[in-house]
Design a protein around this ligand. Structure first.
Ligand code: FAD
Length: 302
């Protein structure tokens, strides 16, 4: 069995693997897609000590760093079940079972879908999730942002500097974003914010050509002609597969303490799949290190 088995190969999992391997214990890492969200990121300018890099480049260095240690890297493998018997047992999609004394969950998160007609059909044909990655593709065009939380309003402010016009559609009667972001967005001449707006459809031909929404007060359907839609309604932790084997909060995030321990002895978690306050590369890496040291501490006591 592994001493430490890490599930998830993003910044958190990579960091956890390196910290574990440096203790000379038997370490494995299973990843559906090594690199995680970093692979989808264009430019990264807040990874301290690296003034500027690109996602795929950082993802490659993560893997390279992990592979300088004696770590069993199982890429393109998805975990579907976790059980605690005498040891932990992680079952993969292909029904292989991996056994371990301790497990670190670092399965990250993904963008939430709005689930209206047109969203799947026009993904990468005008429907986007990452303003940092795809904003420049819409230079000079009209776009919508679905969602008036911090990420939606940040996206609107960001896009306003690139595109011709941004329409923000917020389902609730008011925006949930911080006031300073709202003030900034309201000061921009090419941003229109519509509240009480339920997106009903993303329309298009070969590419997005508009968005329909229902005014929740009047029940009227409106259509806005535009070329891009950014969906910004939050990140969902990749934790569904865990069912109730471990305590998760109302958002599905794994609850951890300051050692990265979950409510199950020997089971740790790190990064965006946990209830940590912010989701950033540097934060995930820090929590991966914490969880790994936590797991090592647990092992030497048990
Ligand atoms: P992830 O990176 O999500 O990695 C999760 C890993 O788990 C992946 O390997 C995944 O394949 C794997 N996995 C999931 N489920 C399973 C399963 N069942 N079995 C096996 N493996 C599984 N942060 C910054 O600091 N600066 C930025 O500029 C920045 N820009 C971003 C831009 C975009 C477009 C996105 C999406 C995120 C950005 N972030 C940025 C956030 C940052 O990428 C995340 O906070 C960070 O990647 C989280 O790391 P993680 O290891 O917790 O999870």
């Amino acid at each position: 069995p592994f001493d430490v088995l890490i599930v998830g190969g993003g910044p958190a999992g990579s960091s956890a693997a390196i910290y574990a391997a440096r203790k000379g214990i038997r370490t494995g890492i299973v990843a559906e897609r090594f690199g995680g969200q970093v692979l989808d990121t264009l430019s990264i300018e807040n990874f301290i000590s690296v003034p500027s890099t690109e996602g795929p480049k950082l993802a490659a260095s993560l893997e390279e760093h992990v592979k300088t240690y004696n770590v069993d890297v199982m890429n393109l493998q998805t975990a579907k079940r976790l059980e605690k018997k005498h040891l932990f047992e992680v079952t993969l999609e292909n029904d292989a079972v991996l056994k371990a004394k301790t497990v670190i969950l670092s399965t990250g998160a993904r963008w939430r879908n709005v689930n209206v007609p047109g969203e799947q059909e026009y993904k990468n044909k005008g429907v986007a999730y990452c303003p940092h990655c795809d904003g420049p593709l819409f230079e000079g065009k009209d776009v919508a942002v679905i969602g008036g939380g911090n990420s939606g309003i940040e996206a609107a402010i960001d896009l306003a500097g690139i595109v011709n016009h941004v329409t923000v559609l917020e389902f609730a009667s008011e925006l949930k974003a911080d006031n300073v972001l709202q003030d900034r967005a309201n000061s921009l001449p090419n941003v229109t914010i519509i509240t009480n707006a339920q997106t009903t459809e993303i329309t298009g031909d070969s590419h997005v050509n508009g968005i329909s929404y229902k005014d929740r007060e009047t029940e009227e359907i409106h259509h806005v002609a535009l070329q891009g839609v950014f969906v910004q309604i939050g990140l969902v932790p990749n934790t569904e597969w865990l069912d109730d084997t471990v305590e998760r909060n109302r958002m599905g995030e794994i609850v951890v303490d300051k050692h990265g321990s979950t409510n199950v002895p020997g089971l740790f978690a790190a990064g965006d799949c946990t209830d940590s306050a912010y989701n950033q590369i540097i934060i995930s890496m820090g929590s991966g290190a914490t969880a790994s040291l936590g797991a090592f501490d647990y092992m030497i006591r048990n």
